[in-house]
Design a protein around this ligand. Structure first.
Ligand code: C5P
Length: 234
């Protein structure tokens, strides 16, 4: 798996994506999320892939096993590198997602890695307990879902930097901890509550970092990406 910082292409449409990407002279690891996918569909995925970039397709699927399996079969044909589901969909759903990916991966190509969202970082402990009726701490729930994800055979989870080390201790170092909420020192936190710098994330157990506005919103995105990269690789 490519371990470059994953750049979140949170743009409204194709034009903004290509204006952004044409500034870089190297293959990147990018994240296409719901915002862009709902506008541009699979076409944008194929076009970004054709430019030579690796893709994390962040669609967070959550439905009955048969539907998720079939959807994953289609996504595997797009040649993406990393995809995800919600762990709350359950073990049979996660297993069906894996089977779908395997069935859809073209011969001779590598199956996309599959990770799961545990608890969304926008969910508070109070909300989880009141709405989901989970009588655990948020950290316990995240660790439980990480264990379930591992049992289902997936490659890792999306989590906050603050949970990464505990997940590595329970699920092993090979199990991916993909962490958003990355900022450069002194940068704007925006709506993220629990942030970390790239070097802090590495120290605290992230395997892959997702970086959005710290780069896409910078005056000079190429320079900001270079700094993120240097801190991450140091
Ligand atoms: O701009 P910023 O660096 O905050 O972007 C983070 C990216 O990671 C966004 O695309 C956001 O949707 C995504 N993400 C997140 N927290 C999660 C899962 C995904 O911030 N738990």
């Amino acid at each position: 798996m490519n371990t470059k910082p994953i750049l979140a292409l949170d743009f409204p449409g194709e034009k903004e994506v290509f204006d952004f990407l044409q500034q870089f002279n190297e293959p990147l690891f990018v994240k296409i999320g719901m915002e862009l996918y709902m506008q541009e569909g699979p076409t944008i995925v194929r076009k970004v892939k054709d430019l030579g970039h690796d893709i994390f397709l962040d669609l967070k699927l959550h439905d009955i096993p048969n539907t998720v399996g079939s959807a994953m079969k289609g996504l595997a044909k797009l040649g993406v590198d990393l995809v995800n589901v919600h762990a709350a969909g359950g073990r049979p759903m996660m297993e069906a997602a894996l089977e779908g990916l395997e069935a859809g991966t073209p011969a001779g190509k590598e199956r996309p890695a599959l990770i799961a969202v545990t608890q969304l970082t926008s969910t508070t402990e109070e909300q989880m307990q009141a709405e989901q009726k989970i009588a655990l701490s948020l950290q316990e729930s995240v660790l439980h879902y990480a264990g379930l994800t591992k049992q289902a055979g997936l490659q890792g989870v999306v989590c906050s930097v603050h949970e990464a080390k505990a997940i590595a201790e329970v699920c092993g170092d090979e199990f991916l901890r993909v962490t958003p909420g990355i900022r450069l020192a002194g940068g704007d936190a925006h709506d993220q509550k629990r942030i970390a710098t790239p070097d802090g994330a590495k120290r605290d157990g992230s395997s892959l970092i997702v970086v959005g506005r710290a780069v896409t919103g910078a005056q000079d995105p190429v320079a900001a990406y270079k700094i993120v990269n240097e801190l991450w690789e140091a």
